[in-house]
Design a protein around this ligand. Structure first.
Ligand code: CA
Length: 228
């Protein structure tokens, strides 16, 4: 359908340009990124209908980019893999890719796969605002309020709070929080969780004189409705 917007992350300049022109010719809008980090930045800004990610990318691999995108978006992803990279295909589909295409590919095949992926798209569910006492977190608008007052959080703090609120009244182990919030690449460095818990506590618990984040010694952390 004309007008749908595609983010193309591809470091081979000629191929990227070629694909971009073909997509534009088909009536799609296209943004292009030449490395994984820039790709993630653009993806985080939102507004895309499909991501086309090369797997072998500088900065951040296409696979890692896919995992990070899946933390905040269910937009269709097509991976572009090297020939015979069977593991990439398996890992990619496991990580939430909708489809993959192998280099070198015929542009007609790519266009067909894009049409299929766009057609299969699920209507985006309204993400629910998480409310706990006077604290509210709006995933859609990426905002947190306490008693009507906006709390400014970094992306990581926001993700951590969201994860804790989604699992309220449960205890999450540091390793669980790491894999849910940071992804697999940080496994092993669990003290980063403690650091971010401190940030959240200073911005919420200490700031408003409430207790939401509870430490369970030797285990991890849990979120409960604020106790004033
Ligand atoms: Ca590449």
């Amino acid at each position: 359908m004309p007008g749908e917007k595609i983010l193309l992350v591809e470091d081979e300049e000629k191929l990227a340009r070629f694909v971009e022109l073909e997509l534009l010719h088909e009536g799609y809008k296209v943004d292009k990124a030449m490395d994984g980090r820039l790709g993630l930045e653009l993806a985080e800004k939102g507004g895309y209908d499909l991501f086309l990610l090369d797997v072998m990318l500088p900065g951040l691999s296409g696979m890692e980019l896919l995992r990070r995108i899946r933390r905040f978006s269910q937009v269709p992803v097509i991976l572009v893999t090297a020939r015979d990279a069977v593991m990439d295909k398996v890992t990619g589909l496991d990580s939430g890719a909708d489809d993959y295409i192998t280099k070198p590919f015929e542009i007609e095949e790519l266009l067909a796969r894009i049409r299929v992926a766009l057609r299969k798209r699920q209507p985006v569910p309204e993400s629910e605002v998480l409310i706990s006492g006077k604290l509210s977190l709006d995933p859609e608008r990426h905002m947190v309020h306490y008693d009507g007052e906006e709390i400014t959080l970094t992306n990581r703090e926001f993700d951590l709070l969201k994860t804790l609120m989604e699992h309220r009244n449960k205890v999450l182990r540091r390793e669980q929080l790491l894999s849910l919030v940071w992804g697999y690449d940080y496994l092993g460095e669990t003290n980063v969780v403690d650091v971010y818990i401190r940030y959240l506590r200073s911005k919420i618990d200490d700031h408003y004189g409430v207790k939401t984040i509870h430490t369970v010694r030797g285990v991890g952390y849990g979120f409960r409705d604020p106790e004033e």
